[in-house]
Design a protein around this ligand. Structure first.
Ligand code: WQD
Length: 333
């Protein structure tokens, strides 16, 4: 299929483009380069031999976005483009709603106008909030999201579900990511954070490279095996492969499906730190700090629906995730 990948030069988007090309699909990337670099296109070419067509367009710009649809006969869209910093979303919520919801509505309108019926949407486990028992199941629906970023994901899910009910040709798979980490084994693609990393793995990596003095562990008094937060970390290449299966599923089915993408296993902050120490071969400094507002103790996925509907099962473990991350950060100091 000819697939538009919005946010395709980003961390998850670029890994997904590699797997789509490997699976024989034609990929067109659209990105405003707010949180990614254009040299990612050359890295995708180095890995796959193909440099995808690229448009530097912002999804908030309806007219520019329409030109992209007019010039291409897309069969599907995988929609990653969006602001994603939890903390930042609390301080500039209007920008988050304008971009992540307003921009997405532009995209969904143009998909309908140009009869592009198949969509995969990048959602997040954050929509479960903190009022459900783990493992989180898709049928739980929505929890009390604790930040505007999470709420924009939840609103997009509602829009997509309502649009699929109103438009019988529309087909969508909403993927709820747990915690994507790791990097392509080539060491060419990975997560390059802007400023101080919000997420655990990029921060640990900066402790290893010496940019940060120590890891701040946000709380060790949670009701978890070692007291630190537990999350379902999934290798970004596994996550990318789930997108290929999801867009192919969308092509064959109508309506909307919501599917968790995780490993079904939970790892604590200290588990991840020790796995990274194993990958880099040395101890890394950390200090126990106060809990981070909005954090929940434990999050991991029920992965049975992904297996049943998509035939998807994550392959890589935490050691492989850290080995591949370490290689990427060594290559991109
Ligand atoms: C993981 C664990 C922290 C940093 C968020 C979003 C989610 C997704 C991924 C956005 C927690 C602890 C972290 C640090 C720490 N999308 N931690 N010190 O909060 O589970 O999920 O990011 O990209 O939608 O909600 O991920 O990596 O921030 O935190 O102790 O410096 O690591 O308390 O237990 P989170 P995270």
């Amino acid at each position: 299929m000819k697939i538009l990948v919005t946010g395709g030069t980003g961390f998850i988007g670029s890994h997904t483009c590699v797997e789509l090309i490997n699976a024989g699909h034609e990929v067109v990337i659209l990105d405003n380069l707010y949180n990614s670099k254009i040299d990612v296109l050359d890295k995708i070419k180095a890995i796959t031999g193909i440099k995808p067509k690229f448009y530097q367009v912002d999804i908030k710009d309806y007219n520019e976005l329409e030109k992209v649809f007019g010039e291409n006969n897309f069969e599907a869209v995988i929609h990653f483009a969006g602001y994603k910093a939890v903390g930042e979303s609390v301080s500039i919520p209007l920008d988050y709603y304008d971009n992540n919801v307003g921009g997405s509505i532009n995209l969904y309108r143009l998909m309908k106008k140009y009869s592009v019926d198949n969509l995969v949407f990048s959602s997040s486990a954050t929509v479960y909030g903190d009022n459900f028992e783990v493992p989180f199941k898709e049928e739980y629906g929505y929890g009390n999201t604790t930040n505007p970023y999470g709420t924009t994901k939840l609103v997009n899910e509602m829009i997509i579900n309502d649009n699929c009910k109103a438009n019988e040709k529309a087909s969508a798979v909403i993927l709820r990511y747990f915690n994507p980490i790791g990097a392509h084994e080539s060491g060419l693609l990975g997560e390059i954070p802007n400023g101080i990393p919000n997420n655990l793995l990029p921060y640990v990596a900066q402790v290893e490279t010496g940019i940060r003095e120590y890891l701040r562990v946000f709380g060790d008094d949670y009701d978890t095996p070692d007291g630190t937060g537990v999350r379902d970390y999934i290798h970004v290449v596994d996550l990318a492969k789930a997108h290929v299966l999801a867009i192919e599923y969308a092509q064959k089915h109508k309506g909307a499906q919501t599917i968790n993408v995780g490993t079904g296993n939970g790892y604590s902050v200290l588990d991840v730190l020790h796995a990274y120490e194993k990958a880099c071969g040395r101890k890394l400094e950390y200090k126990i700090m106060e809990r981070r507002p909005g954090d929940i103790a434990t999050s991991y996925a029920d992965v049975s629906k992904a297996e049943r509907l998509l035939g998807f099962k994550a392959k890589y473990d935490i050691d492989k995730m850290c080995e591949d991350s370490y290689r990427f950060y060594q290559n991109n100091k």
